[in-house]
Ligand binder design. Sequence first.
Ligand code: SAH
Length: 446
Amino acid sequence: MNYHIWTEGCQMNVADSQRVGSALEHLGYAHTETIELADVIVMNTCVVRQSAEDKAYGRLSSLKPLKQKNPNLVINLMGCLVGVKGYEKLQKIFPYVDVFSPPSDPGPLISHLTQGEIRSFEDAETTRRFIAMDEELVLPISEQGHLVSAYVPIVYGCSHACTYCIIPYKRGIERSRPVGDIISEVRSLAAQGVVEITLLGQIVDRYGKDIADGPNLAALLKLVSEVEGVERVRFLTSHPNYFGEELIQVIASTPKIMPHIELPIQAGDDEVLKNMRRGYTQQDYRDIIEQIRSTSPDCSIATDIIVGFPGETREQFMNTYQLLADLKLDIAHLARYSTRIGTVADRKMQDDVTEEEKMFRFRTLEDLQEQIVADINARYLGKKVDVLFEEQVKGRWRGRTPTNKLVFVESTDDLRGKILPVQITWAGPWSMQGTLPKKIEINSIV
Ligand code: SAH
């Protein structure tokens, strides 16, 4: 019996898919890349923008002939297309889907496969059982001994109400995972060869706020970094209102916590930020960046930007441009605004920036950012940086620096999971190349 998983969207979905894979392997299913050979197909979906939602609909439609050919095929629709509030409409459009699962919950699929019935959607038991299962989290066989870097969810859902965002509606209210579950999962991953852990949450800095007496994110990061076998710890996504001095200090003082921060600003104009209900000003954001850099000058910083939010004028957009030009961040994940039905922006605002104008703003920031990153990366030239190697791609080994820069190195040795000093010999905006120290040195390091 085989299973196939298709995953779209954020790191949380990648982590969720891994859990479904683990659960299916517990039941004796084997992973297949070939969808036609699958007895169970899981579609793990994203709806953060219209383009992602369109992809999910396209994929789902393409499954219909497979189901017609093999009525025993089990199709599981999972993730944000389903959401936490019910799926009657989807059931009508896709009658050939057998099981619907909310994000982060393999429960309904497992119940269906073991008892032949779909369990009630709001069944809290499902979540409890799923969380209990984490303690024995075993990576899918295809990833055992291969996976160098793994995602670990620590906060599910989101209770912040950014006016453009559908995530709180689809993933439910914010829930922190108990620290014991997180640590045992990290231990289990480390025992299976994982050396880098990335902790996940929509507002990851809010970790623990809903648990009495539990650690906060800074304390949790330290605990995770102390697990045997863990060499690197990362976390995402931060929010300017909750990311603070304590985290800056813990990054600076704990070598295993990597100097890389994902801190979305979304817009560099105060009026737009207010309409987005982000809860800070562009000056607040500038202050945080300065604070980070005064403690950790080499820390890399990524941000998210939405262009063409309802009512955003060219002038307001230029404030975002100016902010990026001033701050010179390492990465800007750019998105063109896309109306999500049911959000405040959908109900109360007009999607009045034309597609053409959105594209213009997108490209303008893209060009600016390419130049900024090229300059930042050029500073790595000739330097020696520790690279954690993940996999071999077309004969070259691929790895990442502590600041999350992509580095390629030519080597015939097996570098998987190793951290080695690399001399950077070429640096472009999207990746770098480097060389390893001489062989004798490698052996002494490994
Ligand atoms: N919780 C994080 C990330 C949310 S989703 C945060 O608060 O920033 C990832 C990114 O998708 C967001 O940061 C935002 O830039 C983008 N995004 C979310 N909703 C969007 C929408 N309706 N249109 C376009 N981009 C959107």
